[in-house]
Ligand binder design. Structure first.
Ligand code: ADP
Ligand code: GLC
Length: 477
């Protein structure tokens, strides 16, 4: 089976969050099961320079008002790629979602290129049976398939985060090469605008999102206006949990760490802590419980609940390190907290992959207090690295962390801490539970071991995606 993933991010070349990690791991896991999965994404300069270019798969004199465009075949290690090379749109440094002036046309171009490969195949005759779009940047893929001519590959849309929908003014319709009759509630129209994600969710053959709990939540309260559509399409929607890429996230082989360790050698974890404290400007206090958050600073991530607890954590003798970037006010508030408590609270504003690895290897507790969380990866990385995740019970966090309780301790299933209400007090109460367990090192190690032993591999999710494709009636190939 031939599958083309369509995405805006791919680790290690372009990543703003978990989407990049998933796009690197999932296609490789599906290839290991025998599916010919390839990935289409924009030819960002950093990407084009890093991969092996193989030649031209297609060329267009003009695409979406952005001038000439080509699709290049390229190879990343173990993963065939197609790169949409359109300098006007993609030869820019910085965040892939910046430059709002042509954001809609840019990702429409990507979706159109995907539909073209689905219809015509590449120069060597490779043609996808399934076009699988990820998040709003790929939302128009099913639309270009539905409103185009010729052979129609099956289409699948995966929601990694429904809060980002790609909504644009209706006046852009003509510029996106969509017919007028596409602008209906059964097509791309969404409350008078063009909705990229909405179009994908309306028109794709199958839908998925990245955890079973989030699949339920987005049909109820967390669907950001798409609850009704998703309830309507309930029979086509699956929740498939993300996994951990053990090549990248493995404390036994991680070269970002000063000391590598595994379940059999847990004491080798210890040197990572003073190394991280030094790098962050925290006191090298071996006894202080170390709380860490690695996160985009976005209101839905709930880091304001952590801000509410900064002084409390310090009063209780704990340390806090935050690695994140995003919301300007949150950045300022964390900087101020660090100034108020030098040596006890430290913040790194920015994006630093190596520092994130070191944080998970040093932390006692990784905080993930999200208001909404489709899956979440940092609570999985925390477990793999022997830190205890403390999470709000929502979305994928509810599905991947077993909260500590007398029962889960007794049957040895606990892997972390959960809390329910999205407020600072509820987080504070969970912090208290973590601090109490910290006084009981034997039980702490039990929970830590259970987390490190958790599987969270990519093989089971990869099979689940292949099973989802298999439910699509044949399109007549
Ligand atoms: P989301 O995709 O919503 O941001 P996830 O938990 O799925 O949330 O994925 C976040 C990914 O981004 C993880 O790989 C995490 O380590 C990484 N990350 C987030 N912020 C930073 C940062 N400031 N520096 C380095 N890595 C970060
Ligand atoms: C999104 C979600 C996150 C998920 C990631 C990968 O960015 O916010 O919860 O883990 O995608 O699927």
């Amino acid at each position: 089976m031939n599958v083309l993933f369509v995405t805006s991010e791919l680790f290690p070349y372009v990543k703003t969050g978990g989407l990049g990690d998933v796009m690197a791991a999932l296609p490789r896991a599906m290839r290991a099961l025998g599916a010919d999965v390839r990935v289409l994404l924009p030819a960002y300069p950093a990407l084009r320079e890093a991969v092996d270019l193989q030649g031209e798969a297609a060329a267009f004199p003009e695409l979406m008002g952005g001038g000439p465009a080509r699709i290049l075949r390229a190879d990343a290690p173990g993963l065939p790629l197609y790169l949409l090379d359109q300098p006007t749109f993609f030869d820019r440094p910085g965040n892939p979602y910046g430059h709002p002036g042509d954001l809609a046309r840019r990702f429409a171009a990507l979706a159109w290129a995907a539909a073209h490969l689905g219809r015509a195949g590449d120069a060597e005759g490779w043609r996808p049976d399934v076009l699988h779009g990820h998040d709003w940047p790929a939302g128009l893929v099913p639309a270009y398939v539905a409103y185009g001519d010729g052979p129609r590959p099956a289409t699948v849309m995966t929601i990694h985060n429904i809060a980002f929908q790609g909504r644009f003014p209706a006046s852009l319709l003509g510029g996106l090469g969509l017919p007028r009759h596409a602008f209906t509630p059964e097509g791309v129209e969404f409350h008078g605008d063009i909705g990229f994600l909405k179009a994908g969710l309306r028109l794709a053959d199958r839908l998925s999102t990245v955890s079973p709990t989030y699949a339920r939540e987005i049909q109820q309260a967390n669907g950001h206006g798409l609850e009704g559509l998703l309830t309507h399409r309930n029979g086509s929607l699956r929740g498939i949990l993300n996994g951990v890429d053990r090549v990248i996230w493995n404390p036994a082989t991680d070269h970002h760490l000063v000391s590598r360790y595994d379940l059999k050698h847990p004491s080798r974890r210890a040197p990572n802590r003073p190394d991280f404290q030094r790098r962050m400007g925290l006191q090298e206090d071996p006894g202080a419980p170390l709380f860490v958050a690695v996160s985009r600073l976005d209101p839905l991530k709930g880091l304001d609940l952590v801000l509410d607890n900064v002084d409390y954590l310090v009063t209780r003798g704990a340390q806090l390190a935050v690695i994140g970037t995003g919301d300007f006010h949150a950045e300022g508030a964390f900087r101020q907290a660090a100034q108020r408590h030098p040596g006890q609270v430290a913040v790194f504003i920015g994006y630093d992959e190596a520092l994130a690895h070191r944080a998970f290897a040093a932390a006692d507790v990784v905080l993930v207090p999200s208001r909404q969380e489709p899956c979440g990866l940092t609570q999985l990385y925390a477990q793999a690295y022997g830190a205890l995740p403390l999470v709000r019970r929502t979305g994928g966090l509810a599905d991947t962390v077993v909260g500590m309780s007398p029962e889960t301790l007794a049957n040895d299933t606990a892997t972390g801490f959960q809390f329910e209400a999205a407020n600072g007090w509820a987080l504070g109460e969970a912090i208290n539970r973590a601090l109490a367990l910290f006084q009981d090192p034997a039980t702490w190690r039990q929970v830590q071991r259970r987390g490190m032993a958790a599987e969270f591999g990519w093989e089971a999710p990869a099979r689940a995606y292949l099973d989802l494709y298999a439910t699509i009636p044949s399109k007549g190939y």
